[in-house]
Structure formats: C-alpha cells, structure tokens
Design a protein around this ligand. Structure first.
Ligand SMILES: [Zn+2]
Ligand SMILES: [Zn+2]
Length: 170
C-alpha cells in the first residue's frame, strides 16, 4: 500500500503522488473547504469587502479550477456565495446594532416603568371607587309575580316608602 495523503479540510484521503495532490489542492471542493475553514476566523464583513473589490475569476467560475487557488487575485466567489455572505454581514451588523442600542438605554428605565405602572393602577382603583350609576332594580329571576310577593319583599317605590304623617320613633 502506497503512502496516502490525508486532507484535513476535506476530511478525505487519496493516494499520494504529485498528480493527485496537484489535482486535489486545486479542485473546487478542496478550495471551498479550505476557504470555509479560514473564513471561520475572519469577519464576514471583511471577507465581503475583499471579495467585492476583486473581479470574478472567469477561469475558476467556468471550469471550477484555478491554478492560483486561494492566492488568486480574482474572486472565486459566485454571485450566490456573495449574496449569502452579504446576508450574513447584514445579520451580524443588525445584532451588533441591537446590542449597542441595548447599551444606550439610560439607567432608571425600570423605575420609570414602575412609576407609570403605579400611576396607572391607582387611576384604575380610583375609577372603580367612583360612584357608579345604580343598576336598575330587578327582582331575582324565578321569583313569583310582584303582586304575589309579601310587602317586605317588594321593591320600594321610587323615592322610598312614604312616611306616614305624624310618625314618631321611640
Ligand atoms: Zn482538500
Ligand atoms: Zn482564480
């Protein structure tokens, strides 16, 4: 069994000879895997800026191969790659902005909120203790007709029971 070359980026091995190595190291798959690995350590915005400043590498995009590999002065990124990257950059920027906005919130916001809440609550309480319009009198459901009720259960006439003239208590 001859020596084998193991590529860490691609997680695969092949028989090690000059031809195989050259073919693999310049292949699309390998270059992609290698770029993905290194891009893990770079800011997406920096990559995007760099890639957008380059002209597309026609050779790489047409044939999937370019002898210059990652040293190529043209961009090996397809339009799709760039779109994905730019979406990633926007996402990173948004979360950065959100973090900054969160830091800019002045102290005391919670206290303000609690104060407003207390005011709101006490206002609601005051409202509930305001004299309510008396509900119109109604006999409980299921009671016999009014004329059949004993006088003590009949509703007082509007204005209350008339006081007999000359009534004296105690
Ligand atoms: Zn590889
Ligand atoms: Zn190229």
């Amino acid at each position: 069994m001859g020596k084998r070359y193991f590529c860490d980026y691609c997680d695969r091995s092949f028989q090690d000879n000059l031809h195989n190595r050259k073919k693999h190291l310049n292949g699309v798959q390998h270059l992609r895997a290698k770029r993905v690995w290194y891009d893990l350590f770079r800011d997406a915005a920096a990559i995007l800026q760099e890639e957008q400043s380059k002209k597309p590498c026609r050779k790489f995009l047409q044939t999937g191969q370019c002898d210059f590999g990652s040293n190529c002065r043209f961009s090996h990124m397809t339009e799709q790659d760039l779109e994905k990257l730019s979406a990633q950059v926007q996402g990173e920027q948004r979360s950065k902005e959100l973090r900054q906005e969160g830091a800019d919130v002045p102290p005391g916001t919670i206290e303000d909120w609690l104060e407003k809440r207390a005011k709101r609550l006490s206002a609601a309480q005051n409202n509930s203790t305001l004299p309510e319009k008396p509900a119109p009198f109604q006999y409980p459901p299921g009671w016999p007709a009014v004329q059949d009720l004993p006088p003590s259960l009949q509703a007082p006439p509007p204005g209350g029971w008339p006081l007999p003239p000359g009534l004296q208590w105690g």
